[in-house]
Design a protein around this ligand. Structure first.
Ligand SMILES: C[S@@+](CC[C@H](N)C(=O)[O-])C[C@H]1O[C@@H](n2cnc3c(N)ncnc32)[C@H](O)[C@@H]1O
Length: 324
């Protein structure tokens, strides 16, 4: 939620499309889960109680770009626990936020993780590099399927938790029929696909650029006592060094960011030994481009998942099979 207005009367939502210097309050937006709808008024009250002046994006005038609080990021776990992240311009207000933690916990007992994310730049980015964790817990357990994924503040997690659970379930069901022995999960994040694909006699290897996400995936694996062999490594999925891993795989799962795989990785996959590729995409345009590069594969199953309800965006899961 973008925070605008004043500390005494903040708006939590988006910038008003008609006048981007003003906020448009979306506290009771129908897209939120009931837990988040219940939390947002309390978080708005926290802004006032801790005197957190909303950042003024202004219109490029020198007078603008004042204030501290840019965004409030809230995640609710399937168990109803919350991670709350306050994106601030600096740590100037840290003491005031810390002082109000007991106040917040009393009014919002579901809060498990509270952090300050520091985003000093005047740029339209959601969060900065630095995270100050204010609670004993620094991860939010997300229980889905038979595993608990551990969400850390700066790790990616699928936007819609219920649909994410359906996505992993569907992937596991399709893969069950294929019974691959060696699976590679590129862009594995906190391990959603890899952990759901664990099976006796199967080796699953996840590659992910974020060391934090890999640490979460390893923790989930160690806690879950899953069958088969599961390994995770920090690395760039597009790097040529993974060619040997891809060459030996029966199935490669890919779930890239919006930019897709790109020509290099798609061509490397095309030249791999994998009989199947399972592609989960949040961007149909880059999916179509990558499928054109994967000319030896043909789609044999597909499913559209409404990951972003009431928007034109969707998640698409496609199973590709090598045709020759
Ligand atoms: C759409 S998310 C998918 C995460 C995971 N599959 C899931 O279900 O939560 C894309 C992931 O790719 C990671 N990533 C981005 N660029 C990467 C790269 N070049 N190599 C490996 N991972 C990358 C991001 O950190 C993010 O975790």
């Amino acid at each position: 939620m973008v925070v605008t207005g004043t500390a005494a009367a903040p708006t939590l939502g988006i910038l008003d499309p008609a006048d981007p210097s003003r906020g448009y309050d979306l506290r009771d937006c129908a897209l939120h889960t009931p837990g988040i709808v219940a939390a947002l008024p309390v978080l708005a009250a926290l802004v006032s109680a801790a005197d957190l002046t909303p950042y003024d994006v202004g219109s490029g005038q020198p007078v603008a770009q004042r204030g501290e609080l840019k965004h409030v990021l809230v995640t609710e776990s399937p168990d109803g626990e919350l991670m709350v992240r306050l994106v601030l311009r600096s740590t100037a207000a840290e003491a005031r936020v810390r002082k109000h933690l007991p106040w917040l916990r009393e009014r919002l007992p579901a809060v498990r993780v509270v952090t300050i994310n520091v985003q000093p730049e005047h740029r339209a980015v959601l969060e900065g590099e630095r995270e100050v964790v204010l609670t004993e817990d620094d991860t939010l357990p997300m229980r889905m399927g038979g595993v608990t994924l551990h969400l850390r503040p700066r790790s990616f997690f699928q936007t819609n938790t219920a649909v994410a659970a359906a996505l992993y379930r569907e992937a596991a069901a399709w893969v069950r029929d294929l019974a691959p022995e060696r699976v590679v999960d590129l862009y594995c994040g906190v391990g959603g696909f890899a952990l759901h694909l664990a099976a006796p006699g199967r080796t699953v290897t996840g590659i992910e650029i974020s060391a934090d996400a890999v640490a979460s995936a390893e923790r989930s694996r160690d806690e879950a006592d899953l069958p088969g062999t599961l390994g995770f490594a920090v690395g760039d999925a597009t790097a040529p060094e993974h060619a040997a891993l891809l060459a030996g795989a029966d199935l490669v799962v890919v779930n890239p960011p919006r930019r897709g795989l790109g020509h290099d990785l798609a061509r490397r996959l095309e030249g791999s030994g994998a009989r199947h590729v399972l592609y989960s995409s949040c961007n149909p345009e880059t999916l179509a481009r990558d499928l054109a590069d994967l000319a030896s594969y043909r789609p044999v199953r597909g499913r559209l998942l409404d990951m972003f309800p009431q928007t034109p965006h969707a998640e698409v899961l496609v199973l590709l099979q090598r045709s020759e």
